[in-house]
Design a protein around this ligand. Sequence first.
Ligand SMILES: Cc1ncc(COP(=O)(O)O)c(C=O)c1O
Length: 458
Amino acid sequence: MKNMIEEFTEHTYGTWNRQKAWKTPILIKDAEGVYIYDDKGKPYLDFSSQLMCSNLGHKNKAIIEAIIKQAEKLPYVAPAFANESAMAAVEALRSVMPEGLDKFFFSTSGTEANEAALKMVRQSKAPAYKIISRYHSYHGATSAGAAFTGDPRRWFSEQARCTIEGVRFAPDNYCYRCPFALKYPECNVQCARYLDYMIKEEGNVAAMIVEPVVGTNGRIVPPPEYFPILRRICDENEVLLIADEVMSGWFRTGTAFAMEHWDVIPDILTTAKGSTGAYTPVGITASTQSVSDFFEEALFCHGHTYAYHPLAASPIPAAVSEYKKLMDSGLPQKTSKHLQEKLYELAENHECIGDVRGIGHFWALEIVKNRKTKEPFDVKADKLSGKALMTGKIAADSMNNGLYMAAWYDTLVIAPPLIITEEQIDEAIDILDQSLVIGDKEVVSTDMPASRSSEYIK
Ligand SMILES: Cc1ncc(COP(=O)(O)O)c(C=O)c1O
């Protein structure tokens, strides 16, 4: 006889998976602080904030109370009406958004936030319609989101004819494996400068979409000059700049939004995940006047039944206030330094770590077979092939030992909730230290130290 989990998986589609592999997921029954608990009460330290979204940890009282209050008052009303929950959310957002990004559209996911951005761009910039994205990127699961996406999930969507037309891909600012085979700073930030050539040669470019610090596809931190150069190139060519801060937003990198590190204001900023700490599903598309003015006369041809959903929006003011309190306490600033030191230490002891890079609470360990040649264990095409990946083996061993950590085909995702303490970081690092031996056993030994590709300024 099937148990309840087997009944569940038989009657649901597992995400991004062959369905024959969607059989016996771990049942999570509880979560508190930085831990989640399975049905036997076993704790797992959450070292990736689930999908890099539970930035405030689990069971935050202020957020839960805000949701309960709204559920009792007005869970839903159609978006043609104003509602007090969305009004309070907009006010809270205006206190953290970079200057000028002050007109919003609310949906229910990061993907939808980018869909709304696409309509804003293509309507307001017509007849220009092309969008430039980058290979190391993820921007969503729908036809537009997948078309913007550089990672292998796009390949499958393309085969199914489920992507929109008109997207082009630019080289990444991936210093560990520079697509121009150059080295910073002698490279003169060619990855940014190339964009001017690309935009002019393409023609009809309406916008460029970027993850300011690349999320799933590598926690890639750009050189300091990258975004100022990109902003200038976009302005000179009348191309809009969309910053997808679905993952990099909400203090994940140490500032409310990652673009603040470079003092660059995008024309559109999309976000989701951390906006509610993932307690309710919300997507936000924020725009400057350069975009919003167009729609004073033109029809904003977009909307959802759940746009400005009162219950979904209700935790935003509480989340903003919790983030501010947390940052004022100084804890995330202290623990992010501790995390960085601990990851650098790990790399000294494990030869399978090729590169350690990141910022704030947003780090990657890139796992390689050979530090000298940078030969990887697995490549992009392996991700959805069903092959057992080295990063997956390391993450599975950690999970057995009580540490939850997301993994991509080449990197481990170190992105704990911002409330994590130094002691909890040490607990996680001890478990990871054991699991990394699995990779070490299969490396080619070299005398090279691990690279620290996000350390631009020594
Ligand atoms: C940068 C980025 N954009 C968009 C999305 C899509 O968000 P959602 O899964 O909420 O649709 C994600 C999801 O991980 C993301 O990381």
